[in-house]
Design a protein around this ligand. Structure first.
Ligand code: ZN
Ligand code: ZN
Length: 270
């Protein structure tokens, strides 16, 4: 399975996913955006490359922790013998719970929010927004995978399975594709859907502060951060203090965590 999910194959999978969803966005768009599509997308492509490189460099950390706990039989999964498919579900759910906590903290900790607002500054969310992430946020997210791997004793291949499903789902969640609400609601019983995650990209603070889950929608329901209603006719993406074109370029996005114009948002108690 590790061979099937090699780095090259995963990148190929993401490129194919992006191409398919990019095409669907042209055929059945949720919103018709004003800006020139390719020009708007370029900074996201640049950040995607940086995210992939950052994750590649940091993959040794997950590999080291996973190798150590498996070789020493440390972790909850070693307490009892379970069928493989149950171990996979437990492992994926554990990593997803830690991803949920990491995401909530990205909003609640002022320093972390400075990095995460690069993702939320997107004014026209589409498939390329999936990896519009500052490298600083990538490091933060990897750091939160390590305790999950250590606590549950997860092998590296299971971590790779989780990251692959997570990446594909991220593309789906951000795709600017119109989905029928009844279908979205049905899938949302278990998984985070495009409509559910787009609520999290709203400029309205109460909506931004909800729907943090990554793959399983369960975490938002359990921790009381779930917003079911999606008001697409009035929903606006982005952040009020980051509309200038200069901040939306690659250089502006990379400098965003260190710029002073984040202060008003921090004062709102993120
Ligand atoms: Zn967020
Ligand atoms: Zn997002």
């Amino acid at each position: 399975m590790t061979v099937l999910l090699s780095s090259q194959n995963r990148v190929l999978l993401l490129i194919i996913g992006c191409a398919v969803l990019w095409s669907l966005e042209s055929v059945m768009p949720l919103y018709r955006f004003r800006d020139h599509r390719l020009r708007r997308t370029l900074p996201n492509v640049g950040l995607t490359v940086l995210v992939l490189l950052t994750n590649l460099v940091l993959s040794f950390a997950a590999a080291s922790v996973a190798g150590f706990v498996v070789s020493h039989r440390i972790g909850l999964l070693f307490l009892t013998r379970l069928p493989l498919w149950i171990e996979v579900i437990i492992g994926v759910a554990a990593l997803d719970l830690f991803a949920y906590v990491a995401h909530v903290l990205l909003h609640k900790m002022p320093l972390a929010w400075r990095f995460h607002r690069v993702h939320h500054s997107e004014e026209e969310v589409d498939v390329t927004t999936a990896f519009r992430q500052h490298p600083g946020e990538s490091i933060w997210r990897v750091l939160w995978q390590l305790p999950a791997i250590a606590l549950f004793g997860l092998p590296l291949w299971l971590v790779v399975v989780y990251l692959t499903v997570s990446a594909v789902n991220a593309q789906l969640e951000h795709a600017n594709v119109r989905l029928r609400e009844p279908l979205d609601r049905l899938v949302r019983a278990l998984f985070v859907t495009p409509n559910m995650h787009k609520t999290h990209h709203s400029r309205r603070q109460t909506e931004t502060d909800s729907n943090y889950s990554n793959i399983f929608s369960l975490w938002d329901r359990v921790f009381g951060t779930y917003t079911a209603h999606v008001a697409f006719p009035t929903l606006r993406y982005g952040l009020d203090d980051l509309d200038e074109r200069e901040t939306q370029r690659l250089r502006g996005l990379l400098a965003m965590p260190f710029a002073s114009h984040g202060a008003p948002l921090l004062a709102k108690g993120r």
